[in-house]
Design a protein around this ligand. Structure first.
Ligand SMILES: Cc1cc2nc3c(=O)[nH]c(=O)nc-3n(C[C@H](O)[C@H](O)[C@H](O)COP(=O)(O)OP(=O)(O)OC[C@H]3O[C@@H](n4cnc5c(N)ncnc54)[C@H](O)[C@@H]3O)c2cc1C
Length: 337
């Protein structure tokens, strides 16, 4: 039993580990190396054998597969009842969870049940003499706050999307080389006992909306705000997104107006994103919006008000009418193939 063990709770879709989970595994590798601890990946669902293969080469020490038909559809009750006995058995020191809808629901509840520390939105982890400091952006990224945890472990941590390098298959060879060893993960399967009566919230159905899909994973996001004036005008942003290979997001005001679904909302009460390119069209840059996008690698703002706060975080600002600028950009991009 190693008190410095790091766990990652890995989400998966259609038998593929999500990008967020691979980032968490990447972060887990960095920490476990420095703390001289093991790295374990926990996957919940049913019939999970496929993951033994896909993860066995990623230099993790353990893969725990928790299987039960009631885990196919996420509920915090089912996940937590299966995780707690495993956590008590292995006593990890840190549990990393990606910042997804599932992760953001599960992590605080898990920490509350464990009565341990919970930190969300972590963008950097520093370790000095076994002391860990977590950095998280606050006030829309205007400040970086340094957080240390105290008390009982495991600490439950949510990682900000794209803040850590993915443990991609391409990195495996380099890792193996660096370690000088080839090692196979220890795989343990648990058929968990779970009573449907212990699950208090029952999911009756899931509707997949087209808009807002994949916002947290997207490399390019074109977001529209109140300046779009109308739901119809978002078609223009969809055109720009399709030329650039991105997805469309929205400000809280655009969602409140009913122009876009809540799944597309970026910000404090929407999604936290960190794409390579974020184009904000007709968005003023309220703190609640900046909280969700200010760590994007490159921010382009199109706004007719030169004093709009969005320009303070933008790498490139275009002062102008978006109804003139966006079609021009689409035309230019199409011309240049
Ligand atoms: C508790 C709480 C949580 C919230 N959570 C969120 C959240 O998660 N995400 C979020 O976004 N907001 C959130 N909000 C709302 C937030 O405070 C702002 O009201 C919202 O972000 C404003 O959206 P906007 O920038 O689209 O609209 P506005 O602030 O009205 O800005 C519209 C901008 O469009 C520009 N514009 C207008 N016409 C044009 C044109 N033709 N061409 C170019 N530019 C034009 C204007 O100059 C203006 O800057 C939250 C608020 C609260 C109180």
């Amino acid at each position: 039993m190693n008190n410095n063990d790091i766990w990652v709770i890995a989400e998966h879709k259609a038998n593929i580990i999500t990008a967020g989970a691979l980032e968490a595994i990447g972060a887990g590798k960095l920490i476990s190396k420095q703390l001289n601890g093991g790295l374990s990946v926990v996957i919940l669902g049913d019939e999970l054998s496929v993951f033994s293969k896909s993860l066995s080469n990623t230099m993790v020490d353990n893969i725990y597969l928790l299987e039960n038909p009631l885990l196919v559809q996420y509920t915090s009750d089912a996940y937590i009842s299966c995780l707690i006995p495993l956590i008590k058995q292995h006593r990890p020191s840190v549990i990393l969870i990606p910042s997804t809808c599932l992760g953001r629901d599960l992590a605080p509840k898990l920490a509350a049940v464990l009565k341990t520390a919970y930190v969300s939105d972590i963008s950097r982890i520093e370790i000095d003499n076994n002391n860990i400091t977590f950095t998280r952006p606050v006030y829309g990224g205007r400040l970086l706050s340094a957080v240390v945890c105290r008390g009982e472990k495991p600490w439950v941590l949510i990682l900000r999307p794209r803040a850590f390098e993915k443990a991609a298959s391409g990195a495996v060879a380099t890792d193996l080389h660096a370690y000088g060893v080839s090692k196979a993960a220890n795989i343990e399967k648990y058929s968990t006992n779970l009573l449907s009566s212990s699950i208090r919230a029952i999911i009756k159905g899931v509707e997949q909306t087209q808009k807002g899909m994949g916002l947290t994973e997207a490399d390019i996001i074109i977001a529209g705000g109140r300046g779009m004036k109308d739901a119809e005008n978002f078609k223009m942003l969809e055109d720009l997104a399709s030329v650039l290979g991105g997805v469309v997001g929205a400000s809280g005001a655009a969602v409140d107006a009913g122009w876009m679904p809540h799944s597309a909302q970026v910000g404090q009460t929407g999604k936290v994103v960190s794409p390579k390119l974020y184009i904000a069209c007709g968005i003023s840059g309220a703190p609640q919006h900046l909280a969700g996008m200010s760590t994007s690698k490159c921010i382009v703002a199109i706004n007719k008000d030169p004093y709009a706060p969005i320009f303070q975080v933008a790498d490139y600002g275009i002062v102008g009418d978006l109804f003139e600028v966006v079609p021009m950009v689409i035309e230019e991009l199409k011309k240049n193939g």
